[in-house]
Design a protein around this ligand. Sequence first.
Ligand code: DGY
Length: 320
Amino acid sequence: MKKRIYITRRLPEEAVETLRDHYDVRMWEHEGQSVPREVLLKEAAAAHALWTMLSDTIDREVFETANNLEVVSNLAVGYNNIDLNAAKENGVIVTNTPDVLTETTADLTFGLMMMTARRLGEAERDLRAGEWKSWLPMGYVGMDLYQAKLGIIGMGRIGEAVARRARGFDMDVLYHNRTRRHESESMYGFTYAELDDLLEQSDFVIVLAPLTDETRGMLGAKEFAKMKETSIFINVARGEIIDEQALYEALKAKKIWGAGLDVFTKEPIDLDHPLLKLPNVTTLPHIGSASIRTRLAMMALNREAIENVLEGKEPKNRLT
Ligand code: DGY
């Protein structure tokens, strides 16, 4: 009997077709809808491999239900949605998709910075709504990126790719990270700063840290109060790293100038969320890695990892 692979979201056929000859491939087919929990648990119980999305909660209950499970491969570099301890205890290999999304996510980070600083979303919405009546000397004026000071919290691969782009904008880059990146500091000309110094000095503060027990809630009222009134806050990492209510209050009271958010504590964010009521907030629906080439490359990594584990070989990007 063929081993079974369950994919928790509809993927393009080209990403999965080569699996079909050797495996029993099943997929949650409902476009635009997460797999319901009861379906996930039922499918996991019979699956040898789960191909999961960052929005699926793969917790202890899933691992304890899934007696045949050999591998979980997550379509993301982040893996905070998976209980790695439970995976280990149940002898399941977990893999993710690093590297291939680095540059695409750095591009999006820059795009979101630009969109927020230069009020591009607001300007585009107004034009389409017929609000462009005349050219205004101070219409849609925003903040400059060039020669601004950029503070990056979490200097991993994506942080470094953002810092490389910042050089082209003649930006001065500070970073804060758990460990110093001495080699990259001299290679790319960025400077280490303590968190408080970075918050106090930066014109743009970008969060690119992974969500861990250490980073959960690391930026709240105290941290936003340290930022400049002219500064812009960007989050492309995970919503839970910040206190969203505290960010809302800082923005509403104009303690900071604006925010660009690609990620939220609850995704999709509720439409009545206070952050969506503020004009100085730019929002995107978690699209950091969303280019055609990158998403297909991520899927190729998942597919290879699943094939390798099911064939008894060592997969790449192993987390457990
Ligand atoms: C990831 O892969 O973890 C990112 O959030 C994609 O945008």
